[in-house]
Design a binder for this molecule. Structure first.
Ligand code: NAD
Length: 299
């Protein structure tokens, strides 16, 4: 039988990801700071522990799926963190989207303990997490990639090696900056077309057979009534929260500053998503920028 895998952070993404590991026959050692998140795993027969250190004591492969950099620092290096009890040779995979420079710091601390750290953030969202077809972008030592892939392939259909530690995060941050820009672009374009008298469904159809087509227009259209089964069809509930998008755009800004890279549209997108957070959209899906844009006229 397979050796246990630790899983820390059982939220919107971590919950279905850990379930897919269980489906593939891996005993899961679970921890989340929010006890309600663990309950379901107790019922599924997983071992629920009291701290990340306890997880590290019982499993030599651990996946973390946490909201942001401070949470990851706490879980790895905190008072009851993984590093307090990590075994030599353990493989620690962080799938949270965090600052690549934080991933590098964590990797150094993990290495000091004789263990291995890889960053493996995901693209695909909650639906893909459930279906087990996420895309993983992996950074770390290449000779460890196969060991990481053995676990990640249970949760994703694409597992891509990007380079040294932190490059998985770099790929993820770049993808989400483009996604944010394309979502805002789609929302403002659709809004203009509607105000010019076009039917939104017809306009989306034309865009999607023309050069303006993108993922935001053809699979995640932000205008209610254009598509079914997307957050815009459900009052922007579920999906990818506006706060998380604002966080990722903030990471892109930090990285751009550190590397003196001009990102004028990424910067504008960051400001727009931060304004949305301040105006009551924090918990809505990020495609709600379509709903927010008309308010800019009165600001
Ligand atoms: P979430 O907030 O739903 O889940 C995070 C979980 O981590 C929560 O259950 C929380 O209780 C737990 N947690 C926080 N601090 C902890 C700690 N110190 N110890 C243990 N557990 C702790 O977030 P999510 O939507 O699952 O996203 C997780 C990560 O994946 C984020 O970095 C996000 O940017 C990224 N991501 C999300 C999506 C999406 O569509 N939701 C898609 C791709 C990537």
């Amino acid at each position: 039988s397979k050796t246990p895998v630790g899983f820390i952070g059982l939220g919107n993404m971590g919950n279905p990801m850990a379930k897919n590991l269980i489906k593939h026959g891996y005993p899961v050692i679970a921890y989340d700071v929010f006890p309600e998140a663990c309950k379901e795993f107790q019922d599924l027969g997983a071992q629920v522990t009291d701290s990340p250190a306890d997880v590290a004591e019982r499993a030599d492969r651990i996946i973390t799926m946490l909201p942001s950099s401070p949470n990851a620092i706490e879980v790895y290096t905190g008072a009851n963190g993984i590093l307090k009890k990590v075994k030599k040779g353990s493989l620690l995979i962080d799938s949270s989207t965090i600052d690549p420079s934080v991933s590098k710091e964590l990797a150094k601390a993990v290495e000091k303990m004789g263990a291995v750290f890889m960053d493996a953030p995901v693209s695909g969202g909650v639906g893909a997490a459930r279906a087990g077809n996420l895309t993983f972008m992996v950074g770390g030592m290449e000779q460890e990639f196969d060991a990481a892939k053995e676990l990640l392939i249970c949760m994703g259909s694409n597992v891509v090696y990007c380079g040294e530690v932190g490059t998985g995060q770099a790929a993820k941050i770049c993808n989400n900056m483009l996604l944010a820009i394309s979502m805002i672009g789609t929302a403002e374009t659709m809004n203009l077309g509607i105000r010019l008298g076009l039917d939104p469904k017809l306009l989306a159809k034309i865009l999607n057979m023309s050069s303006g087509r993108c993922w935001s227009s053809d699979t995640y259209n932000p205008v209610p009534g254009v598509m079914e089964g997307v957050p815009s069809a459900n009052n922007y509930q579920g999906g990818f929260g506006t706060t998380l998008m604002a966080k990722d755009l903030g990471l892109a800004q930090i990285s751009a500053t550190n590397t003196k890279t001009p990102v004028p549209l990424g910067s504008q997108a960051h400001q727009i998503y931060r304004m949305m957070c301040a105006k009551g959209y924090a918990l809505k899906d990020f495609s709600a920028v379509f709903q927010f844009l008309p308010h800019l006229r009165n600001m």
